[in-house]
Design a protein around this ligand. Structure first.
Ligand SMILES: Cc1ncc(COP(=O)(O)O)c(C=O)c1O
Length: 458
């Protein structure tokens, strides 16, 4: 009884009580609940879509990002007033804590996720003439770091269901020039590390994990970024842990940690106790994190676990609801993914199950219902900046015109092309709300599904 009353209050609060009770006349609420379909889903189906003049399902003020904390000001001001602007205390403390949090032996904080990836590749000696394998469903930085070393990116097609590198297609992409593999844990979903690392080990190729969107994500109970040779993180503003800009490299290999440290620190080696600074000569630069970033991260790390748990709980509820709607396919997780970071909540949209309503129209209808969803990435292997870089004079000089001319055909990713046509995202902030909001999102999708034919004609 108490449960029904709560449901009713909730339905009233979203303006669907009348419809729910109407639906209940023909099929009891209890029957709907038994089917595992929250009344709001059934109720929403009888309402007019907001795009066609109906009431929006979600009148939610979605949370903003970042989430400032009182301790942000305290720790940043402390570093600022103490004149500690160059890496000295906050950054090493953050490195130690971040390594421990991720069950890794070493952490090197960097100025960004891009420089974390760039440093990893540089420390591993990647350069002109080398090939680096990368996933195509990702942010451009996963590939720009390869270009910055004048290496040749080689794409391995996506597994459409998981949005991640298809591990079955990895081995065929390896040549004698392959110097590194970059699996990307996109949206916080973890790439199939068992299979990727097995292929990498067989061919003795280092794995640089792009965990820039995967804070606290885990593979078989261990941090996703602690597997492979290095794991790279971004703390850019949008990320689940952020300091405006910033990045980090994790590794369990002392020699790699030393090489990364020197690469990012103008040749100067990793401090090991007291004593003179050691130098490690070779390519290098200044890709250091500032103390102010370090202080902010030490503050923002508090609450990270709670936020991750809330995202996981809400994502699991949303997945359960969305799976009941034909044509909506939440991203598959591999069996070894023991924690998805849900930087993005990713799903595929099938217009054939929505009376041909295009993805653009679907997203417009969702926006009208108050759900801030967006279309995902475009095919990175076809990006203009990448093709321009590959056709530039230095690339043609290093690889020859034939290799460059043949590159697009060699790097076709047909599954990824299809994925880019149907992928949709919700940002992680949407998951930092309530279970009822997940039901509102599902209800909005259910409503659009029910009225798809009308919406398609509008
Ligand atoms: C998958 C991925 N890789 C790399 C990066 C680069 O990180 P940053 O923006 O901190 O340089 C990002 C950041 O957006 C990312 O999402």
């Amino acid at each position: 009884m108490a449960r029904k009353a709560t449901r009713r209050r909730f339905l009233e609060s979203v303006g669907l009580a009348g419809a729910a009770l109407g639906a209940a006349k023909t099929r009891s609420l209890a029957a709907m609940l038994e089917e595992g379909k929250p009344p709001i889903l059934a109720a929403a189906e009888t309402e007019k879509p907001a795009l066609l003049g109906g009431k929006p399902v979600c009148r939610t003020n979605w949370p903003g990002w970042p989430k400032p904390r009182q301790s942000d000001e305290e720790l940043v001001l402390e570093a600022l007033r103490a004149g500690r602007w160059y890496r000295s205390r906050s950054v090493p403390e953050f490195e130690e804590k971040y390594a421990a949090l991720n069950q890794a032996k070493y952490c090197i904080a960097t100025s960004s996720g891009t420089t974390a990836l760039y440093t990893s590749l540089g420390a591993l000696g990647v350069g002109p003439g080398d090939e680096v394998i990368v996933a195509p469903y990702t942010f451009m930085a996963s590939v720009t770091v390869i270009l910055l070393h004048y290496a040749l990116p080689v794409f391995v097609d996506s597994d459409r269901e998981s949005f991640l590198m298809d591990p079955a297609k990895l081995e065929a992409a390896i040549t004698e020039r392959t110097k590194a593999i970059i699996p990307v844990h996109i949206g916080g979903n973890v790439a199939d590390l068992d299979r990727i690392l097995a292929v990498a080990e067989k061919h003795k190729i280092p794995v640089v994990g792009d965990a820039c969107q995967a804070h606290l994500a885990q593979w078989r109970g261990r941090s996703a970024g602690s597997w492979g040779t290095t794991g790279c993180y971004s703390f850019q503003l949008s990320k689940n842990l952020c300091s405006g800009e910033g990045g980090a490299i994790l590794t369990n290999d002392e020699a790699v940690a030393d090489a990364c440290f020197a690469f990012h620190n103008c040749c100067r080696g990793r401090p090991k106790g007291r004593g003179a600074v050691s130098y490690r000569f070779g390519r290098n630069g200044n890709f250091r994190m500032t103390e102010l970033q370090g202080a902010l991260l030490l503050s923002q790390m508090q609450g990270l676990e709670e936020r991750a748990n809330l995202r996981s709980e809400n994502a699991a509820h949303l997945t359960k609801l969305l799976r009941q709607i034909p044509g909506i396919h939440p991203a598959k997780e591999y069996e070894g993914c023991t924690r998805n970071a849900y930087h993005l909540y990713m799903f595929r949209y099938d217009p054939s199950q929505f009376a041909g309503l295009s993805r653009t129209q679907f997203l417009q209808a969702l926006h009208a219902e108050g759900v801030p969803a967006s279309a995902g990435y475009n095919p990175l292997n076809k990006a203009g900046f990448l093709l321009d870089a590959l056709r530039s004079e230095p690339y043609v000089r290093v690889y020859g015109k034939k290799t460059i001319d043949e590159w697009p055909a060699r790097n076709e990713c047909p599954e990824n092309d299809k994925l880019c046509e149907v992928g949709c995202w919700l940002m992680h902030t949407v998951l930092l709300t309530t279970k009822e909001n997940m039901e509102r999102i599902a209800a909005a999708v259910a409503k659009i599904h029910k009225h798809a034919a009308q919406l398609a004609k509008a």
